[in-house]
Design a protein around this ligand. Structure first.
Ligand SMILES: Cc1ncc(COP(=O)(O)O)c(C=O)c1O
Length: 424
């Protein structure tokens, strides 16, 4: 299947591409679905062909027009991963994709490709706990300075302040997680990519900064950061993309010149994923739009139920954003759906939150999100345990905050379970 129909030039929609793009059934005994290519290595037709494939893989010569990168070894490339990467690059309206062993592998490999000692990374905050650890501990140990600024309204302006302090020529990466996990604040992607463009113009002799957006919570269905200028989009594919809580994987899509470098780094760090995971991801991609839309619909109903509950002091979900507020403006500009994560707070701190968490019967008490089953967790004690509590409190991630990921169970059972738990 090509990217657009022969009857005209309009591209197919992502949901259609997810079922056929990038796969040539002539190469697989005319199987309608891509088989799983469980092989570590690939046979060359001739020694000369093997040499040509390696020349391209190691960047020893330019790729000729229309020339395909040959299959060599599954740490470099594999049909299941390649098909997935093409479909996701198309969905994100980007030029290229790279699949990884985990979301953290995607983030770490992308950032390590771009930074050198002495460089500065400016990141929105909060970010997923593992990302925070990578930035705070690992990058710092390699001599990279990481500055955090609050996500949400004013994030780009706060980044600009940091630029003034550290010097624009040192800034190599602007990293944004939006919505932020777990306070669900939306950061204006266009404002951040605008800052990156200004920095590049102001410092023509420095390596231009790259904007990376973690799109795990709303992508690919409800948010496409590249359409707002993001250079690289990263995902924990463990979440909605995998969608069934039966695998861990990651993904980066983005500009071809940057993605090529990230893929080269992936080859050397060995952070790619397996053919079987690629096959599972392809299978899940076929339903991601249906799943995310249905999960978001249930989440919207549950968010309103929570908002009216006397024990709940605060609920965060896009459906509850006040029209006219800056958050509502950013959300309506850059997102096309509500998503299925809800954060809510109960009075009484950790003890009260734990009592509620321990009563759920349908919602499972587990970290992660975006699967077919509903999950609940306590960010301060679990996913974000590495971030100092006082910092979290400032970001609205309080000891009474519970994060909910809404799955595909029957809505009436979810409602009943939520009301039951809140009787704790
Ligand atoms: C927003 C976000 N980014 C990245 C990650 C890391 O992904 P993984 O667990 O697949 O390494 C997570 C995991 O929870 C996440 O929620």
């Amino acid at each position: 299947m090509k990217r657009s129909h022969s009857d005209g030039h309009r591209e197919f929609n992502p949901e259609t591409l997810a079922l056929g793009f990038g796969y040539d059934s002539d190469l697989s005994e005319h199987a309608v679905k891509p088989p799983v290519f469980l092989t570590s290595t690939f046979q060359f037709a001739s020694a000369r062909e093997g040499k040509r494939f390696f020349e391209l893989a190691y960047g020893l010569r330019e790729q000729a027009a229309g020339e395909q990168r040959g299959l060599i070894y599954s740490r470099l490339n594999n049909p299941n991963l390649q098909i997935y990467e093409e479909r996701m690059a198309a969905w994100d309206q980007t030029e290229m994709g790279a699949t990884f062993a985990t979301g953290m592998a995607a983030i770490a490999t992308s950032v390590l490709t771009l930074v050198r000692p002495g460089d500065v990374v400016i990141s929105s905050s909060p970010v997923y706990g593992g990302t925070h650890y990578l930035f705070h501990h690992v990058l710092a140990a390699f001599g990279v300075e990481v500055r955090f600024v609050p996500a949400g309204d004013g994030c780009a302006e706060a980044m600009r302040e940091v630029v003034r302090e550290v010097g624009g020529e040192r800034v190599r990466v602007l990293f944004v997680e939006t919505p932020a996990n777990p306070n669900l604040l939306h950061t204006d992607i266009a404002a951040v990519t605008d800052l990156a463009r200004h920095l590049a113009a102001e410092h023509p002799h420095a390596t231009p900064p790259v904007t990376i957006v973690d799109n795990t919570l709303l992508g690919p269905v409800f948010q496409r950061p590249a359409t707002f200028g993001a250079d690289v989009v990263v995902y924990s594919a463990t979440k909605f993309l995998g969608g069934h809580s039966d695998l861990v994987a990651g993904l980066a899509t983005g500009r071809a010149d940057i993605l090529k470098r990230i893929r080269d780094m992936r080859t050397i760090l060995g952070t790619t994923t397996t053919p079987f995971n690629g096959w599972l991801l392809l299978r899940s991609l076929e339903t991601v739009s249906v799943r995310m839309r249905r999960q978001a619909k249930s989440a919207t109903k549950l968010a309103h139920l929570l908002a009216e509950h006397p024990r709940v002091t605060r609920v965060v979900h896009p459906s509850l954003l006040e029209p006219g507020s800056p958050q509502h403006d950013v959300f309506t500009r850059q997102c096309t759906g509500n998503g299925s994560l809800i954060s809510f707070e109960v009075d009484g701190g950790e003890d009260a939150a734990f009592a509620v968490l321990d009563r759920f019967e349908v919602f499972r008490l587990a970290v992660s999100l975006g699967g077919t089953e509903s999950l609940v967790e306590h960010p301060m004690a679990m996913t974000h345990a590495d971030v100092p509590p006082e910092e979290l409190e400032k970001l609205g991630v309080t000891s009474g905050l519970i994060r909910v990921s809404v799955g595909l169970e029957h809505l009436s059972d979810l409602k009943r379970d939520l009301l039951w738990a809140l009787k704790a």
